[in-house]
Design a protein around this ligand. Structure first.
Ligand code: ZN
Length: 229
């Protein structure tokens, strides 16, 4: 089932139904566009499984993705560090509870982690709340992380986001020199990290983050579907 097939979500207010970002959110593997044999070697939904050293990385990415999912559903106030978050005792299966904020924003969450794994900043899609077309989760998280670090360069940092970044956010990730991008659900209609485009790994650019795709993709897609239910 796709998001666009879902019944109307009551009380969503000004959500733009024509927004291509609402369609065909996918928990499935990479779309054909991502299967380019000339693309830089990256890891897909099975990341880490074939590499014993990668198992720890995969677990870390999943832990971080659960934090991003929490940010996605709890709204702009979800600024607590992971250690003090309210899901500390929550079983680590399934998506977080889905009590969405009333602002009508599509629940996408992002978290930036420093090179040492410290949580630097979070962001949730606040486009409707703020009336700002650029208020995507990744952009807000990047801005806050840069403010905390004190400079625009986020070398060695990891951005974790529940949905494949769009072209704007993929561009911002490159500009911020983000070291690693971890995303959840694929976005076949607007995705710019392997779906429609692959901005983050374009060899013509001077910086190419490492990309881990499809981390907790099913949970990430479920949160989006729940929003439109
Ligand atoms: Zn975006």
């Amino acid at each position: 089932m796709t998001v666009s097939d879902s019944p109307e979500h009551p009380g969503t207010g000004p959500v733009d139904r024509a927004d291509p970002a609402l369609g065909r959110i996918s928990a499935a593997g990479p779309p054909p566009a991502a299967a380019d044999p000339h693309a830089p070697s990256t890891v897909g939904p099975d990341e880490g499984l074939a590499d014993p050293a990668g198992v720890g990385r995969r677990q870390r990415h999943e832990l971080w993705m659960r934090r991003a999912l929490e940010v996605a559903v709890t709204g702009p106030d979800a600024g607590l560090p992971a250690t003090g978050s309210r899901d500390a005792g929550r079983p680590d299966t399934g998506p977080p509870d889905t009590r969405f904020p009333a602002d009508g924003d599509i629940p996408v969450g992002a978290v930036v982690y420093g090179p040492d794994g410290t949580e630097l900043a979070t962001g949730r899609n606040e486009r409707e709340l703020t009336g700002d077309p650029t208020a995507h989760a990744e952009i807000l998280a990047l801005r806050r992380a840069a403010a905390r670090v004190g400079e625009w360069r986020l070398d060695g940092c990891t951005l974790v986001v529940t949905l494949e970044p769009c072209t704007m956010c993929a561009g911002a990730l490159v500009l911020a020199r983000i070291g690693t991008v971890v995303f959840g659900a694929w976005e076949p209609k607007t995705g710019a990290a392997g779906s429609l485009w692959d901005v983050v790994r374009d060899r013509r650019l001077n910086h190419r983050p490492e990309v881990y795709a499809g981390v907790l993709a099913a949970e990430s897609a479920a949160v989006l579907r729940a929003f439109f239910r």
